[in-house]
Design a protein around this ligand. Structure first.
Ligand code: PLP
Length: 362
C-alpha cells in the first residue's frame, strides 16, 4: 500500500526548529568567544550553561554534567560501575534505550509494572525487604516514554521514602516535564530528595535533538566518577552545541519557544486522543496524557507483536514493536506518538490502527 503512515518515532517535527534564531546564536557564540568553545575543555560541559542550569534547578554547578544528549550522561554514570555489579529497578514499560544501556552494563533488572493508575512498587519493596540490594531506580515521572503517564504524587513519596530507607538512588528522567499542556505540575523526585536523585533532562525536545545537549544533576558522590568516564570517552562534549543552547536561553527565546511548542503539541494530542475515542473505544485501553509526545495503548485482545506489525503494514500503517519497552512480553502494548505527524496523518493512522485490530487474524 502507498502512503504508509508511520506511528513510530517520537521526534520533534522539522517545523519546530527555530532555525533563524539558532543561526544568530551560532554566529554570536563563534564571534564572541571562539577560544572557549573551539578548544578542548572540561568533560563537565560549558560552564555558563551549567551555571544557568544551577540557578534554574537550585543546584550546585559542580554537580551538573552536560553531555552529548542526556542519554550519554546516563551511560557514563552506569559505566562508572564495574560491569555486572548493578541492580536497577524501573517502571515497565519504560524507555527502550535505557533498557538497552542497562543490559549493556549487565545490570540485574528489577521491573515494576506500570499500569494506567501508576507504577506498582511491590516488587521493589519485596526485594528490599528480603535484603537484596538495589543501586538505582529509573523513573520517567512526567509524561513517560512510552505511556505518556504521570507518576502520582503518592508514588513519588513512596519511591523517595524507599530510597531513603534502603539507600539507593533514583534516576529521574524528565525530558518532557516542560511540555505540560494542562493540569498542575507535581513536585519531581529531585525536588523531594535532591540528595538521592540523579535528575536528567534535555534540550532535545525543547530546542532540537540534533544539537545533542542534555544534562544530569548528580549527588556529590557520583559526579566525579561520571565525569571521569565522560573524559575518558570523548574528552569533552561539543561546547559549540552547548553555547547555542546557552545563547538561546539567555535571550529569553526558550520561554517564547515553549509557548509555540505547547500549542503545537497540545493540538496534536487532542487530535489523536479524539480520534482514539472515536475509533478505538472497546479495542484498547489508554489515558489522554496531560503533556509529552505519546499515548500508550494497551490492546484488549490477545495479539502477537510480530503478527500485529505485519498486519498493520497491510493496512498502510507502521507500528513500533511494543516488546522493546519491556524486558518480557509487551505484545499487547503499542506506543502512539502524536508529536511528529500532521492532523490528517494522525486521523488516518488511528483509523488504520482500529481497522488493523478489527481484522487481526484470529
Ligand atoms: C525518556 C527519554 N530519555 C532520554 C531521551 C534521550 O534524550 P537525549 O536526546 O537528551 O539523549 C529520550 C528521547 O526520546 C527519552 O524519551
Amino acid at each position: 500500500m502507498e502512503n504508509i503512515i508511520e506511528l513510530t518515532r517520537g521526534v520533534p517535527p522539522t517545523k519546530s526548529f527555530a532555525v533563524d534564531k539558532l543561526s544568530i546564536c551560532a554566529h554570536d557564540a563563534l564571534a564572541g568567544y571562539p577560544d572557549k568553545i573551539l578548544q578542548y575543555s572540561q568533560s563537565f560541559g560549558f560552564l555558563p550553561l551549567r551555571e544557568s542550569l544551577a540557578e534554574i534547578y537550585l543546584a550546585n554547578k559542580d554537580q551538573i554534567i552536560i553531555g552529548t544528549g542526556s542519554l550519554q550522561v546516563l551511560d557514563h554514570l552506569l559505566r562508572s560501575f564495574p560491569t555486572g555489579t548493578l541492580r536497577v529497578g524501573f517502571e515497565e514499560p519504560t524507555y527502550d534505550r535505557t533498557i538497552t544501556q542497562l543490559k549493556r552494563v549487565q545490570a540485574s533488572l528489577l521491573p515494576c509494572p506500570l499500569k494506567l493508575e501508576g507504577v506498582d512498587l511491590s516488587a521493589l519493596r519485596k526485594n528490599l525487604e528480603e535484603g537484596k540490594k538495589v543501586d538505582f531506580f529509573y523513573v520517567i515521572s512526567d509524561f513517560q516514554n512510552p505511556t505518556g503517564s504521570v507518576m502520582p504524587l503518592e508514588k513519588r513519596h513512596e519511591l523517595v521514602a524507599l530510597a531513603r530507607e534502603h539507600h539507593f538512588y533514583i534516576i529521574e528522567d524528565l525530558p518532557y516535564r516542560n511540555l505540560r499542556y494542562n493540569g498542575q505540575s507535581l513536585p519531581s523526585c529531585y525536588e523531594l530528595a535532591p540528595e538521592l536523585t540523579c535528575m536528567m533532562s534535555s534540550f532535545s525536545k525543547l530546542i532540537a535533538p540534533g544539537l545533542r545537549v542534555g544534562f544530569m544533576i548528580l549527588p556529590k558522590e557520583l559526579v566525579h566518577r561520571t565525569a571521569k568516564v565522560a573524559e575518558d570517552t570523548y574528552i569533552n562534549p561539543s561546547y559549540l552545541d552547548q553555547a547555542l543552547v546557552y545563547e538561546f536561553c539567555c535571550r529569553g527565546w526558550l520561554e517564547e519557544h515553549l509557548v509555540f511548542l505547547k500549542e503545537l503539541y497540545s493540538h496534536r494530542r487532542d487530535v489523536m486522543a479524539d480520534a482514539m475515542d472515536r475509533h478505538l473505544t472497546g479495542l484498547c485501553d489508554w489515558k489522554r496524557p496531560d503533556g509529552g509526545f505519546f499515548i500508550g495503548s494497551f490492546v484488549k485482545q490477545s495479539v502477537q507483536a510480530d503478527v500485529l506489525m505485519q498486519h498493520a503494514l497491510k493496512h498502510g500503517l507502521k507500528l513500533t514493536d511494543g516488546r522493546g519497552f519491556y524486558t518480557q512480553g509487551g505484545d499487547q502494548f503499542v506506543r502512539l506518538p502524536f508529536c511528529a505527524l500532521e492532523d490528517e496523518q494522525i486521523e488516518i493512522g488511528i483509523a488504520r490502527f482500529a481497522e488493523t485490530l478489527k481484522t487481526y487474524p484470529g
